[in-house]
Design a protein around this ligand. Structure first.
Ligand code: NAG
Ligand code: NAG
Ligand code: NAG
Ligand code: NAG
Ligand code: NAG
Ligand code: NAG
Ligand code: NAG
Length: 585
């Protein structure tokens, strides 16, 4: 029995002696050969049944002590990697890619009968070209929230159509009749109509309008085949540049409309190359009269107390395919022609900030790099709608100047009063000529008095307009009486007898003519009376004063020359007598 047990122990010992070195020295993935552990080539060993280790479309790669699987070219795992371990139970599938660099963006790639295509998420589209990436498209701008039905029916119809197309596109449905070549022209026509009918009478509406224009251009742009489109209507002018192709465009684009030129890099137009959707377009749209609807909305600028602004260029919208335009790496350069020559005036480049209240002009991110009286060059680091403002400064009347005005005018008033009293009270000097002097003095006196009291009474617009009208009247009357002086002098020299005016004619000339001029002016343009700063005529209406004054001065010069000529003749007819007198002596 003991012998059996000893034999069993010996056998166990021997088998342990034989088995141990192997399991101690070589770990998994290694084999013992000639007393050494060497790497086990799993790939080689399994080679014929390779498919069993890594599956289809993949090959096995041996490493020291291990191995991994690698997808063949053009294939990848569902996790997007190309190598994986056999334990992960991943398999290699053909890579779905629309081309080498582009992926589907906000969409998923599928392989269809005619190759890979992108199926876009809701709210994204590839504009009907399924082999391009999906980009965002916002249809909010096409909601008819202004109720254009009543105002501009044609705008309402277009909006409805654009909204339907936009929704078709973002829901992955094929838009019908989208290659309607008229769509762009109809858009321009609608813009034209909206500008013409004055439907944009609030800044809120202007903001919506500009949003609509940009969205519509972005929606229509990808469907335009032409490379360059320039078109002008009565109130709009468009320059559009269009690029289609696999690679994003490069270089610089110069777009121009009559009042504005745009210098923009094509990289800015197409945006991030990894997001390039296969097309890029840029448009410059200038509006003939949008500056009148947007003048005065300057709350985004914070002007100083003595500063005010006026828009001094046409308004333009720059619209590009790139949607990330709030901080451009390369600024856009816009060259604006001025509406009025701004000699030495400060010019400010501004953009329409729709998120500032209901919309206002703002200068952030835009600078004037060059400016003269004819044009201003603006550089802006974001896109939208731009214009140039001209700063106007109230020339602050200095105290000395005011005192001088007061003292001067008061002295004149006293002198004129003395003259008036003299001419009207002293009987011995009364004559038609002194009557004219008297009325000239009265007109000047009243004009100066009104000027002194009322020139800056701008609080009440109506009162201010009346003051401006009275000043207009009395200054014109003064000039008319001066004219009568000239005529009277002429008559005294030419018609030696019966030199006197009839009083009625005199009054008509001195007071009636200016009354007629003021009445006609006020009928034609009542708004021309009274400005923001002074109760006087508006700058663009000033010729209703300067015009008559020029005519009166011309008449006076005419009478003066004739009088001087007649006098010269009289003197020369006297001279010979003097000569003969001297000879006689
Ligand atoms: C795949 O390869 C990369 C480098 O080529 C390596 O860093 C990674 O660990 C590998 N993954 C697997 C699962 O082997
Ligand atoms: C669209 O794609 C971008 C980048 O791929 C991503 O950041 C964003 O969340 C996506 N948007 C949606 C709605 O899926
Ligand atoms: C456009 O702008 C760039 C950069 O400011 C400038 O170098 C280039 O000369 C400009 N081109 C034209 C035609 O103005
Ligand atoms: C406007 O006012 C500011 C300070 O109130 C002053 O510094 C500036 O010179 C003024 N500008 C003009 C043109 O009067
Ligand atoms: C937009 O562009 C700027 C500068 O070009 C970049 O820094 C930023 O990441 C971009 N934003 C998005 C959402 O792509
Ligand atoms: C637009 O105005 C809002 C509100 O004042 C402001 O927060 C925003 O920064 C402005 N936008 C730009 C681009 O300056
Ligand atoms: C915006 O416009 C609406 C309607 O015209 C008005 O009620 C509101 O006060 C405006 N908001 C601002 C900040 O001006």
């Amino acid at each position: 029995m003991v012998g059996w047990i000893k034999l069993l122990l010996l056998a166990l010992y021997l088998s342990a002696m034989l088995a141990l070195p192997d399991s101690q020295k070589c770990s998994k993935g290694f084999n013992l050969k000639k007393g050494k552990c060497i790497d086990q080539d799993e790939c080689e060993e399994n080679y014929p049944e390779d498919m069993g280790l890594c599956g289809k479309n993949a090959y096995c790669v041996n490493t020291i002590g291990n191995f991994y699987c690698m997808c063949e070219k053009g294939f990848q795992t569902s996790e997007g990697s190309t190598n994986f371990t056999a334990e992960s139970s991943l398999t290699c599938k053909a890579v779905c890619s629309i081309d080498e660099t582009n992926h589907c963006g906000n969409g998923t790639c599928h392989i269809g009968t005619s190759g890979p295509y992108c199926a876009c998420q809701d709210g994204f589209t590839n504009y009907g070209n399924k082999a391009t990436r999906c980009t965002a498209l916002d249809c909010d701008a096409f909601k008819d929230t202004w109720d254009l039905k009543e105002n501009v029916a044609i705008a309402h119809n277009l909006l409805t159509q654009l909204k339907r197309k936009c929704e078709d596109l973002t829901k992955g449905e094929d838009p019908e009749d989208f290659d309607d070549p008229d769509l762009l022209w109809r858009l321009l026509l609608v813009i034209d109509q909206l500008l013409l009918t004055g439907a944009l009478n609030e800044n809120r509406k202007v903001s919506k309008f500009l949003d609509l224009v940009e969205s519509a251009l972005n929606l229509i742009g990808p469907f335009i085949d032409a490379g360059r489109i320039r078109r002008s209507y009565a109130h709009t002018e468009l320059d559009l540049l269009n690029h289609k192709g696999a690679m994003p465009p490069q270089g610089v684009a110069i777009l121009s409309t009559k009042p504005v030129t745009l210098n923009i890099t094509l990289e800015t137009v197409s945006g991030d190359p990894s997001l390039y959707p296969g097309f890029a377009s840029v448009s410059l749209l200038s509006y003939a009269n949008l500056e009148t609807f947007t003048d005065g909305f300057f709350s985004g600028i914070n002007p100083q107390a003595n500063e005010s602004f006026v828009i001094n260029s046409k308004v333009v919208t720059v619209s590009v395919t790139n949607t990330n335009t709030s901080h451009l790496e390369e600024p856009v350069i816009l060259t604006f022609s001025h509406l009025t020559r701004g000699n030495g005036r400060l010019h400010l480049c501004v953009f329409w900030n729709a998120s500032n209240g209901n919309g206002s002009w703002s200068a952030d991110g835009c600078t004037a790099v060059e400016s003269n009286s004819e044009f201003t060059v603006c550089s802006c680091n974001h896109l939208s709608t731009f214009a140039v403002l001209m700063a106007l400064y109230d020339v602050e009347a200095t105290f000395e100047l005011q005192v001088a005005t007061w003292v001067g005018l008061s002295l004149s008033l006293i002198c004129l009063l003395i003259c008036i009293l003299t001419f009207s009270l002293i009987r011995s000097i009364q004559s038609p000529r002194t009557t004219i002097h008297l009325h000239l003095c009265i007109s000047l006196f009243v004009a100066a008095l009104i000027f002194l009291v009322g020139i800056s009474r701008t609080e009440n617009q109506n009162a201010c307009a009346v003051i401006a009208g009275l000043l207009h009247y009395f200054f014109l009357a003064a000039f008319c009486w001066m004219c009568l002086e000239g005529v009277q002098l002429f008559r005294m020299v030419i018609l030696v007898f019966n030199t006197n005016f009839r009083t009625l004619y005199m009054m008509t000339g001195g007071y009636g003519v200016p009354a007629a001029i003021v009445a006609i002016s006020a009928l034609i343009n009542p708004k021309g009376y009274g400005t923001q700063r002074y109760c006087w005529l508006n700058v663009d209406f000033i010729w209703s004063f300067l015009g008559p004054v020029c005519v009166i001065i011309a008449i006076n010069i005419f009478f003066f020359l004739i009088t001087a000529w007649k006098l010269a003749q009289k003197f020369s007819s006297l001279n010979p007598d003097l000569n003969t007198l001297q000879k006689i002596k």
